[in-house]
Design a protein around this ligand. Structure first.
Ligand SMILES: Cc1cc2nc3c(=O)[nH]c(=O)nc-3n(C[C@H](O)[C@H](O)[C@H](O)COP(=O)(O)OP(=O)(O)OC[C@H]3O[C@@H](n4cnc5c(N)ncnc54)[C@H](O)[C@@H]3O)c2cc1C
Length: 634
């Protein structure tokens, strides 16, 4: 490896090189390099101005001036052609919920529910009207998912599985005209609802370990291998299936047969999460798929396709979390007012009020990220960094809300059969794992964020070190400094420029004082993040890949600042006290997390005030959220 030629050296990615010098095996370096390459290929599908290096988060960190206009989504259009199908779908689900007919005898979303939603236009939301769909802009679809999620979380999740990570997005984005004409109408009508089969027993976080293979056989390919944890994987579904073809990942649209047979088998296991839909393993043994169902991206391979849909799925996941957290809040309030201890309802206690206020803050954050991310996707941005922030925030907020806020407030009743928490706790936790476990994604966020900076300043230093044969750079050795003078000068200029840069003092006209303070703080801290990130690259150099805890920590700091800015900017556009006060609480929490300060009495007063507003009916939207019966009334 050390004897690599110049060309080979240039072809090696930053991560690959980092792993190599970090003492990793050649095999590990090669596999990480493959993941990096897939990521770069997704990038090249987007026009330069929409790529990660030009994304709002990247610019905010590295460019010295935060592009505030890219952090505030304009309000959605008053109406759109897809609205009628959305209203029909909501009506179907409301009726079915009231009649208790969403699920079948196995407690899974029933075939009748799926068919009726098909007639309403639900499964075609993201599909162009030309193919029988509704052509919903993504931002509108995401907001609609939150509404659907209030009625039934599983049905909302299925729309995301089908439309984002399932067969719809791969076909819309990468299908040929023939494939779209043949397959999209079936998917739009709901005759076939789809899923996505990527994970295998040995390949979850590590996608380079995929083993399922496709081998040409006449007009078909024969697929052999095993998939695990696949949502919506039952006979007669259409599945975006990731396999290895000629040593590279590829995606087929697999139309699963109506019955299991020798070539195609489902293996079932008990799974607590997503209990109202099917999640199964798939076994293929020379299972035939027509060659016509192979998707061919213009650049890259099957992982390019997978990564594209995952971005949309991650935003949808945050939209679902926004729904679940509304359900928590709507069900916490009547309970907290009903439950009296020591002669007073617990809703009058500060500890409980803090939970109510924190929950409202988390809802504001999730709503803000969904509106922002959806808008960016509709603008044409790749949105990788932004969707990761939404996924991690949404899933972690939902987990915290479920356990720290909802469960604790409901006390022992949380664990009764029939209680929302006890019955659904796994539903609330699983999003932290699927579509990328949070900390793994956090590291991916870090890597994407520092890639360009590393390329610009650290790669030239690395190459030069190799050219002049310095194995261990010593910053006080004059000979080393001389040999690297050009490369080090370029980096020093950047570093000094950052040190003496003018403060970013932009303001948003007419913004509430509370929000303006948070925006000012975010503008102040983004350049600090650039210095922290660059400092980590400088300190750990190519061994940074082993400093996972540092990467995760730095990643989360940037993510927290992004959430803060997006939430404050969103609340400003809402022009409602409830949105502003909720956003303010979340932003104050994030501010303390970023600075390590203790909460002040003023903060506790703000918390009380917001909780009182909510208890007084100030969160008007909650009126539409279905409420569960209070259990064990006395
Ligand atoms: C309810 C549910 C629904 C799902 N639906 C689908 C679906 O529809 N389609 C599909 O393809 N998949 C699906 N999945 C699979 C899901 O995407 C994977 O579970 C997830 O990607 C993690 O993979 P894994 O479970 O194999 O974890 P593993 O790869 O076994 O990893 C376990 C943990 O180890 C840690 N870890 C792993 N590698 C590293 C590393 N290099 N450095 C540091 N830490 C590491 C991480 O914390 C990780 O979470 C679903 C899963 C669940 C639970």
């Amino acid at each position: 490896m050390n004897s690599a030629t110049g060309t080979e050296q240039e072809q090696r990615s930053f991560a690959e090189e980092a792993l190599r010098l970090g003492g990793k095996t050649e095999e590990e370096a090669r596999r990480m390099g493959a993941v990096d390459k897939a990521d770069e290929q997704v990038e090249s599908l987007f026009a330069a101005r929409y790529q990660t290096a030009n994304s709002p988060v990247h610019k905010a960190v590295w460019e010295g001036k935060v592009p505030l206009d890219l952090f505030a989504a304009p309000p959605l259009a008053e109406s759109a052609p897809c609205d009628a199908a959305m209203e029909r779908s909501i009506e179907v689900m409301r009726r079915r919920r009231n009649n208790k007919t969403i699920f079948d005898e196995n407690k899974k979303v029933s075939a009748e529910t799926i068919a009726e939603l098909g007639q309403a236009g639900y499964w075609g939301m993201l599909i162009d009207p030309h193919y029988g769909g509704q052509g919903a802009p993504f931002a509108r679809f995401a907001r609609f998912l939150t509404r659907m999620g209030l009625i039934d979380a599983t049905t909302a999740a299925l729309a995301s599985v089908h439309g984002c990570i399932g067969a719809v997005d791969p076909l819309r984005t990468f299908g040929t005209a023939e494939q779209k004409n043949r397959l999209l109408p079936v998917l739009a009508s709901g005759k076939k609802v789809s899923g996505f089969a990527l994970t295998e027993p040995a390949a979850g976080s590590d996608l380079t370990a995929l083993k399922t293979v496709a081998v040409p056989a006449g007009d078909d390919y024969e697929i052999t291998g095993e998939k695990l944890f696949i949502t919506n994987a039952i006979p007669n579904r259409a599945i975006g299936l990731v396999v290895m073809l000629e040593g590279k990942p590829a995606v087929f649209i697999a139309e699963l047969p109506e019955r299991e047979n020798e070539q195609f088998q489902i293996f079932r296991y008990g799974l607590w999460a997503l209990k109202h839909t099917y999640n199964n393993g798939l076994r293929f043994n020379r299972f035939r798929i027509p060659k016509a169902n192979l998707l061919k991206p213009p650049t890259g391979d099957g992982l390019t396709i997978a990564y594209h849909g995952l971005n949309l799925g991650r935003l949808s996941l945050c939209a679902s979390a926004a729904a679940n957290m509304r359900v928590f809040l709507a069900n916490m309030l009547p309970w907290a007012e009903f439950r009296k201890t020591y002669g007073q309802p617990i809703s009058s206690r500060e500890l409980v009020k803090r939970r109510i206020a924190r929950l409202a803050g988390l809802i504001a954050g999730a709503d803000a990220l969904v509106a922002w991310g959806g808008w960016l996707i509709d603008q044409g941005y790749r949105g990788e960094l932004e969707c990761i922030v939404a996924k991690i925030f949404g899933s972690e907020a939902q987990k915290e809300a479920a356990i720290e806020l909802f469960m604790k407030t409901h006390g022992g009743r949380s664990f009764l059969h029939g209680h929302l928490f006890g019955d659904n706790v796994h539903e609330y936790l699983a999003p932290c794992i699927y579509e990328g476990e949070g900390e793994m994604l956090g590291m991916a966020f870090f890597k994407s964020l520092v890639k360009e900076h590393g390329r610009q300043f650290f790669e030239p230093i690395g190459k030069r070190l190799q050219e002049v044969g310095i194995k261990h750079f010593n910053p006080i050795n004059p000979l080393h400094l001389w040999k690297l003078r050009h490369e080090l000068t370029a980096y020093s200029k950047w570093s000094i420029g950052k040190k003496f840069a003018w403060a970013d003092t932009q303001t948003v006209p007419g913004m509430d004082r509370r929000l303006a303070d948070h925006v000012a703080f975010a503008l102040h801290i983004f350049p600090e993040h650039a210095k922290e990130l660059s400092g980590a690259l400088r300190k750990h150099q190519l061994r940074l890949a082993d400093r996972q805890c540092r990467m995760a920590e730095l990643s989360l700091r940037v993510q927290d600042t992004v959430v803060m800015l997006v939430t404050a900017m969103w609340a400003h556009t809402q022009k409602k006290e409830i949105a502003i006060a909720s956003a303010d609480i979340l932003c104050q929490d994030l501010h303390r997390k970023l600075t390590g300060q203790r909460p002040s009495d003023a903060y506790f007063r703000d918390v009380n005030r917001l909780a009182d507003l909510i208890l007084g009916g100030g969160f008007e939207e909650l009126a539409q959220v279905p409420r569960e019966e209070i259990l064990m009334k006395y």
